[in-house]
Structure formats: C-alpha cells, structure tokens
Design a protein around this ligand. Sequence first.
Ligand code: PHE
Length: 452
Amino acid sequence: MSAESTYHTQWTTRWAFILAATGSAVGLGNIWRFPYMAGENGGGAFVLVYLLCIALIGLPVMMAEIAIGRRGRQSPINSFRTLARLGGHWVGWRFAGWLGVIAGFFILSFYSVVAGWALAYVIEAARGAFEGAALEDTRAIFGELVANPAALLFWHTVFMLMVGIVVARGVQSGIERAVRILMPALLLLLVALVLYAMNSGGFAEGLAFLFAPDFSRIGPGTFLAAMGQAFFTLSLGMGAIMVYGSYLESHASIPRTAGVIVVMDTAVALLAGLAIFPLIFALGLEVESGPALVFEIIPLAFGSMPWGSFFATLFFVLLVFAAWTSAISLIEPLVAYFSENRAWSRRFSAWTAVTAIWLAGLGSVVSFNVAADVELFFGMNWFAFIDFATNNVMLPLGGLLIAMFVAWVLPKAVVMEEIGLGGAKFTLWYTLIRFITPIGVVAVFLNAIGVI
Ligand code: PHE
C-alpha cells in the first residue's frame, strides 16, 4: 500500500468508525485495569470520580480528537502541524502529536505483555486448568505464569506478531471485520458473568462497593488515578482516536459517534466490575490484589460453572480480541507517521514499529519476576513506572493539549463546522474544552503533587 493511500483511505461507513473506535476503547483497560484500580482506590469513591472524568473531560476531549483528525486527515503529528500552519500558528504544536506517539509506544510495550497473559489463559482454560479450581489454584496458575520470564516473552512475542500482521495490511480490512462480531460477543459473555455474580451471594456488597462512595477513601492519589483511567479506557490523549477520525467521512456527526463510543466503553467497564466484585465479597477476598485481580477471580467463577472450561476459553479469546483491536490503535499513529514521512511502505513501517515496541516490552516482561524489585523511579519497577507515566501523566497532558488546540488555536468557525452542534449544546461543549478540561487536568496534577 502506498503512503498516499494510507492516509487518504476512509472507513466504509460511519458505523465502521464507531466499531473501530469502540474496539480501540474497549480492551484490557475495561476488564483488567478498571476493576483493579477501583479495588485499590476505594471502590465507589473512585468510580464516582472516574465517571465524572468520563463525562466532563473524556467525552469533550474525544470530540476534540476526532475533529482534529478529520480536519487534518493525516497522522496526529502531521495533522497538528498542518492545522497549526494553516491558521498561522506555531508548527511546534506537532510535539503534541509526538507526545501521543511516544505514549502509545510505551503503553503498547506493557499492554502486549498483559495481553500475553490473556493468550496464555486461553490455553489454560481450554485444557481445563480452572475446572473446580479453588482460589489457591487460580493464584498458583497466575503466580507461575508471571514468575516465568520465558513464558511471558513467548506470549508477548505472539501478541506483537498478531498486531503486526493486521497493521501491516492496513487498518480497514482487518479491524472492521473483527470488531463487528467480537464486540457484541464479548458484551454477551460479560452479561452472563454478571448474572452468575448476581447469584453468588455477594451481589449487594459488590454493588455497594462500586456505587456507594465512601468519601473518606478519597486520598491524594484518587483523582489522578481516576483521570488516568478515564483517558486510558477511552483511548484518549495519544492520537489513537484522532488517527481513526482522520479516516472518518466528512458528514458523520462527531458528537453522536463519540457519545456511542463513550457509552459502550463505560458499560463494559461497569459490567466487568459487576461481574468481579460480588465474587470477591462472596468469597471473602481482598479487593486490593492489583494487576492479578481479574486473572485470579474470573477463572475461579468459570471453574465452578457447568461448561466452565468452554466459557472460560471463549472469555479469554474475546479478551484477547478486545486487547488486539486496542493494540492496533495504539500503534497506528506511529505507523501512519512513518508511512507519511519516511516514504516507507506500510508494511515496513508496521514491522519497524512492532520490533521497537517489542524490545521496550522486555522491560515489562522482567518486571513480574527477575526485576520485580528493581526500583527504577520513585520506588516503582519498570512496569509500574511506565504504567504511571503514560496513563497518569502523558495521556492527561496530551488530552489537555488536544483540548487547548481545538479551543484556542483552531478558528471557531472551523470547529463549529466539524462538531456540527448548534446553540446551547455547542456552547456547553466549547466551554468544557476551553476551561473545564484544562483547569480540571491541571488541578488534578497540582492535587497529586500536594499543591492543592
Ligand atoms: N482503551 C484501551 C483499553 O481500555 C487502551 C488504549 C489506550 C488504546 C490508549 C488506545 C490508546 O484497553
């Protein structure tokens, strides 16, 4: 595929964009990260702040991202540069695109390792390892997996190869087809798990943990963690949604498409929470088990169900697909940039990016075993630091720049044309990205470092 056709191609329909963007948004962030972040940060208090961030920052920023992408019609770096230049502004705005590309690079480097766990779990589930398993068993299975660098390396490699294969071919053919079937299937299976959890005996407690905020649990880190999660789960702040927006037809409604994506993504996260926390309470377990949480609890639930191995296999297959469609969008801004600026073929761009990210992922591979206690920065090991730096710092910063760019740099007439809202609705959104988003993000940062 020539460089030209890479960024001039378009989705076949508006729905293809919605599906691809939903495929990007729904991933490990919803099913793996959301439950453990909620568990570690006090449940309801975290969920409340998270939902506020989704509504007041996430949705407006998503609209802004799609608008920049569709107006610029190139990779995020070049869209920023072109639009800035057209308006007579500083072309250094392209560094906002670079920030996103770098964030995507490092996110995918650890994302792939976790997706590798899900791949390994497909095999475990299929061979019946969870059947009748007790908590000690599922803990042991997870513990053995992450303690084994060779296994993690193997699955990380498999996952990065999967990403490379799709991205090398171009986004449309691969992604469109996959998400159309997989997303609804994942949703159905999650609903089934929630129904199971409802009968576990811990449903009321799980519900209360998630939705009855205990404000005393709001601490210095809560706002930052919730905001980081909101950006991460919606794929915002790094150009993934922007680059997908660059392939969107001109007359599709940005507010409506963004609304659908945000609602679906939030629904999946909440369903995952509702599937997991009741079981945790029914079994009298700790909610604060970190990244291991979902990988220990979900197999436990399946293990005691009729047809458990079958459904567990299906679940992890779908989780792998959800991660896959997200990973593709994490790498796409970089690949689009390579093929625009280097006269590299789409294929060469894709495999170069995959190789570099695979290498960076080695740091995460060893973070769960041999280098688990190597504190690189601020007492965190590589995985913890990369997760923190990308999700809690780089994505919100990227989102801030995106909002500022649309609100203060692009001419208002252009923005109105892209967003297509009239009257009070436009004013509301414009006010949100002009003032509320920037102030909100900065306030959360200041709060986290103890200034306010
Ligand atoms: N939103 C994805 C998830 O929740 C992760 C992601 C982040 C994808 C940023 C693209 C960009 O798993």
